[in-house]
Write a protein that binds this ligand. Structure first.
Ligand code: SF4
Length: 393
């Protein structure tokens, strides 16, 4: 008699991942200080609230999940999760293992700041089952780190990488280009310093002046000047080519990996699959409904402690809206792109009936390529990705 794998049987009867979450995001908002460009739900000087926050997080988790939910990916982001002390990290890991057991072969990522990661904290995370660390390096040049108001020193990145590479099978670095006052040569130097560390995954974002941030205010007052568009384009060109020459292929507009080292958790977002979101300001997408928790710490704590949900307005997506969003997100994936059959399976809509004229126009302009099976951004299209993607929503 043929052997029946129970896991296969169960996955066949399970709902697909765009309806039932197989991923979870957990937010830890504490930071040593607020970086000038930061628009995340992060707080400096609030460490005294960490234990109370972990109580609330566990309560929110129990209330939302009701029972333990097996997931394929977990991402603990922030803020700075490694701002928690060893005891608090142990507590967080125990809570996650209880409520969000990781499926065999699953990916569990923790974001870390080079200045707050030490061997003891890394040991706690590794022994709990964390198998991927994402380190916020941003730059290796003191004056650019100062412009971003980052409070770690360049040499701390190398030290953090040494801690990480001995304990975790996978790790990634985040870099930012287009920092005010930076040149193409600065960016080249940052890339070389990064490559010397031997990462298998990199996230490289162009700086965005988010409204309300300290850097945005400096821009408004004329205290800083943005890098000119042409240079920023050259920076993007340089990172794509240099990383590709070292086997780190672009797989999303801003993400590069050796084959098999892509961030599985972020691929969930770009496939528009469902995910749980827990903690301050955390976004969640379950049963076609998007919710975002409040970003107000006192409000979050009070509401959770009163046994109320901490979510802000709900957004229920109609099937067509969800399909549009799915197309836009999938197009971010530069290798896989937007596959016609996959799109139909996930949304029930025909891609060409919905977007035929838009696709035709961008193919004509050389910004999209269409091989009959799927649509992808061309190299030129990646530079103008915002313009292309917004036409799909
Ligand atoms: S460390 Fe990250 S989350 Fe914290 S303030 Fe800086 S950019 Fe924001």
């Amino acid at each position: 008699m043929e052997n029946i794998n129970l896991r296969d049987v169960r996955s066949r009867v399970d709902e697909p991942p765009w309806l039932r979450p197989r991923a979870a995001y957990v937010h830890i908002p504490f930071c040593a200080h607020k970086c000038g460009y930061c628009d995340f739900a992060s707080l400096a000087g609030a460490d005294h609230l960490a234990d109370r926050y972990l109580d609330a997080l566990e309560r929110e988790t129990a209330r939302k999940l009701v029972e333990p939910r097996e997931v394929d990916t977990i991402f603990i982001g922030g803020g700075t999760p490694t701002r928690l002390d060893v005891r608090q990290l142990e507590r967080l890991a125990t809570m996650i293992r209880r409520w969000l057991p990781l499926a065999e072969g699953g990916e569990w990522t923790v974001e870390a700041n080079p200045g707050t990661l030490d061997a003891d904290k890394a040991d706690v995370l590794a022994s709990a089952g964390v198998n991927r660390v994402s380190l916020g390096a941003q730059s290796f040049q003191p004056r650019l780190l100062a412009a971003l108001e980052r409070n770690h020193a360049p040499e701390e990145v190398g030290r953090a990488v040494e801690i990480v590479r001995n304990r975790f099978p996978r790790w990634s670095l985040d870099l930012i280009f287009g920092v005010p006052g930076s040149t193409l040569e600065d960016w080249r130097a940052d890339l070389e310093a990064t490559l010397a560390l031997g990462p298998s995954h990199l996230s490289c974002y162009g700086l965005v002046y988010e409204k309300g941030t300290a850097l945005w205010k400096q821009l408004q007052k004329g205290e800083v000047a943005p890098v000119v568009e042409e240079v920023e384009r050259e920076m993007y060109e340089l990172v794509m080519d240099r990383l590709a020459s070292r086997g780190l292929e672009l797989y999303e507009i801003s993400n590069y990996a050796r084959p098999g080292h892509e961030s599985r958790h972020n691929l969930v977002y770009w496939a528009n699959d469902a995910y749980w979101g827990l903690g301050l300001g955390a976004a969640e997408y379950v049963d076609g409904e998007r919710t975002v928790n409040t970003r107000d710490m006192q409000g979050y704590l009070r509401r959770i402690e009163a046994d109320e949900p901490a979510i802000g307005p709900r957004e229920h997506l109609e099937p067509e809206e969800r399909a549009r969003e799915t197309a836009m997100l999938m197009l971010r994936r530069t290798q896989v792109g937007l596959d016609r059959a996959d799109f139909r399976l996930r949304t029930g809509f025909d891609l060409d009936a919905m977007f035929g004229p838009v696709i035709g126009r961008f193919v004509g302009e050389g910004l999209l390529e269409d091989d009959g099976r799927r649509i992808r951004l061309t190299r030129e299209g990646r530079f103008l990705a915002d313009r292309v993607l917004c036409e799909f929503v």
